[in-house]
Design a protein around this ligand. Structure first.
Ligand code: CMP
Length: 133
């Protein structure tokens, strides 16, 4: 079924000049870019976006990183887009992500891992409303 998903091309990808490479993979897959904007995450937006992680020990470092520099937020759509983008992204930890995935090919970190993608229809709705509502 047709789905929309919220994707963040994270500050590490912007800093490394990999926005085009990441977007190219999304486009090559056949996803449709519906909305896209360069934004800088605020502390408040980070706390809302990462509500399920706020109490985790890694949250302060995650917030510091995600608010440190601009990122590219976008909504992409397509058939089964939510799992499709998760598969393109690969495992959270770039050191363990399969080669051929975005994280597997470009990251050696579990934090500076280039991309965020909604993990369920409920998350996608919440995150799209949060970023583009
Ligand atoms: P993301 O898909 O944006 O969702 C939560 C983020 O937290 C994740 O990608 C990583 O960037 C980060 N993260 C998850 N686990 C850890 C960890 N153990 N240490 C540091 N960062 C983490």
């Amino acid at each position: 079924a047709e789905q929309s998903t919220l994707i963040l091309i994270k500050p590490d990808a912007v800093e490394r000049g990999l926005v085009g490479a990441v977007l190219g993979r999304l486009e090559a897959k056949g996803l449709t870019i519906e909305k896209m904007e360069m934004r800088t995450m605020t502390d408040d937006l980070a706390a809302e976006h990462y509500a399920e992680h706020v109490e985790r020990p890694f949250y302060p470092a995650l917030k510091e990183f995600m608010t440190s520099a601009p990122l590219v937020a976008l909504v992409a759509s397509g058939d089964e887009a939510i799992p499709a983008v998760r598969a393109l992204a690969g495992a959270t930890d770039g050191r363990k992500a399969d080669a051929g995935t975005i994280r597997g090919d470009y990251s050696l970190s579990n934090q500076r891992n280039l991309i965020h993608a909604s993990d369920s229809p409920e998350s996608a709705k919440r995150e799209i409303d949060l970023w583009f509502g």
